[in-house]
Design a protein around this ligand. Structure first.
Ligand SMILES: [Mn+2]
Length: 439
């Protein structure tokens, strides 16, 4: 976990970008699972990134219009022994100042009466509408009151803006201390995949393999899975977000596992591996696997500063379509197939996404017409796949799929750090070469 200094550095950078607007960033709140049971708490990543404070129902204010030493205000749940005996201890206002570096802290129930004063004099209000209804109604009321007052006060209307553009630009570029945590998440996630492959045997249930993976996450001190683990035998792998994980693993099928851990400080791994359950590829499985792996490795080789994620996707698609043409699963001219997207019944998703505190991490992929250039310190996944089933219609002019291919779903996914040399594959400890996947 980071020390205070890391968070205060982030706040400084954020405050400097606000351009005089006051930012209101709420924490997450508890969400009901059923009856009186909640889902496990998951902090809002923006709030976490700026505060390191891991309790629900807090609100952080960033007030660049106020003097130094009065710019970071935290509203938190107050100390209350009668509640803490049930729900666990709270830092309270004192802890918010001593442990988390708040300049000023208040109990959260004082937010309605204090927020207006804190926002006074700011050049704008930076708040993300549509996500936090309780805080939103307060912010909108204050903004509306301000607009009502203009007629008499003679001052100019201040805008309500979104904090995400600056904040997410900042989060997209990982600093060295964050990369260390990303490496740790990658290490644990890769180890779990190795354990799972060595454990899986025909006749087992998918969730027994899921148990091995998630046990390792917890055993290594991670918070748990970063997202619902996908453990998909055979044709189940053709459902991209298959998470029921409750089928028997058949001899002769492949097993696709898409799983990664989330650390206690929320940095995530996201790995997919696909391997034969009985340790031996059939010739069809091997042929498709070779195409997917070639596509993935070519895409990774294409990563370096100055390239962009769309070019990486384009490389993956080109190698993929070439391979599928060779196998007779596609027919026609390479360039027109790509242009028409005539491969999308077999490969229907993008090649990757940013990775960080969110699994599909924040940060723009494009700025208007211009794709965002890859820079040192960005982390992205590279995850092409081929899914062969009857679920989608074969596009006109493309060959009907022979039975022998059906039920093959293969994806290979790594987490890749952009560095000066190009790509640093954080998850390479999870093996993916055909030789190493066979027993
Ligand atoms: Mn992914």
């Amino acid at each position: 976990m980071f020390d205070l200094h890391v968070f205060s550095q982030r706040r400084e950078q954020f405050l400097a970008q606000l351009g005089g607007a006051a930012a209101v960033i709420p924490a997450a709140t508890m969400v009901k699972h059923h009856a009186d049971c909640d889902y496990p708490f998951r902090q809002n990543s923006d709030f976490w990134y700026l505060t390191g404070f891991d309790e629900p129902d807090a609100v952080a204010l960033f007030l660049p219009h106020r003097p130094l030493g009065k710019q970071f205000v935290l509203f938190v749940l107050p100390k209350e022994p009668g509640i803490e005996i049930w729900d666990g201890s709270r830092w309270g206002t004192e802890g918010a100042i001593d442990q988390f570096g708040a300049d000023i802290a208040h109990p959260i129930d004082e937010l309605p009466k204090r927020l207006g004063d804190y926002l006074k004099g700011a050049d704008g209000i930076a708040f993300r509408v549509g996500k936090h209804p309780k805080v939103e109604s307060l912010v909108l009321r204050i903004w509306s009151d301000h607009l009502d007052s203009l007629q008499r006060s003679g001052s100019a209307a201040i805008p309500l803006v979104a904090p995400c553009p600056f904040l997410h630009r900042q989060r997209l570029r990982k600093r060295p201390e964050e990369l260390e945590r990303m490496r740790e998440a990658a290490r644990i996630s890769a180890e779990a995949h190795e354990l799972a492959r060595n454990f899986a045997r025909p006749g087992m249930n998918e969730r027994q393999v899921q148990a091995i993976i998630e046990q390792h996450f917890l055993q290594q001190g991670a918070r748990g899975p970063a997202y619902s683990s996908i453990v998909a035998g055979g044709d189940n792998a053709c459902v991209l977000h298959y998470t029921s994980n409750n089928s028997v693993l058949n001899d002769g099928d492949l097993l696709l596992i898409d799983a990664g851990c989330s650390l206690v400080d929320y940095y995530n791994g996201d790995i997919t591996r696909t391997f034969p359950i009985n340790g031996c590829f059939t010739s069809e499985q091997r042929a498709i696997y070779e195409v997917v792996l070639a596509s993935q490795e070519a895409a990774i080789r294409g990563i370096c500063p100055g390239q962009d994620a769309e070019q990486v996707h384009a490389i993956a698609v080109r190698v993929m379509v070439e391979g599928l043409l060779d196998l007779g699963l596609l027919r026609g001219d390479l360039d027109s197939l790509i242009e028409q997207g005539a491969y999308r019944h077999l490969y229907m998703h993008r090649t990757g996404h940013w990775l960080g505190l969110d699994v599909h991490d924040v940060g723009a992929y494009r700025l208007g017409e211009h794709p965002i250039e890859l820079e040192k310190g960005m982390v992205l996944t590279v995850e092409p796949g081929v899914y062969i089933s009857d679920r989608l219609p074969v596009p006109e002019g493309q060959p009907a799929i022979e039975e022998r291919w059906k039920g093959i779903g293969i994806r290979v996914e790594d987490d890749v750090l952009v560095d000066e040399q190009g790509a640093d594959v954080l998850t390479k400890a999870a093996v993916k070469s055909i030789d190493l996947l066979q027993r």
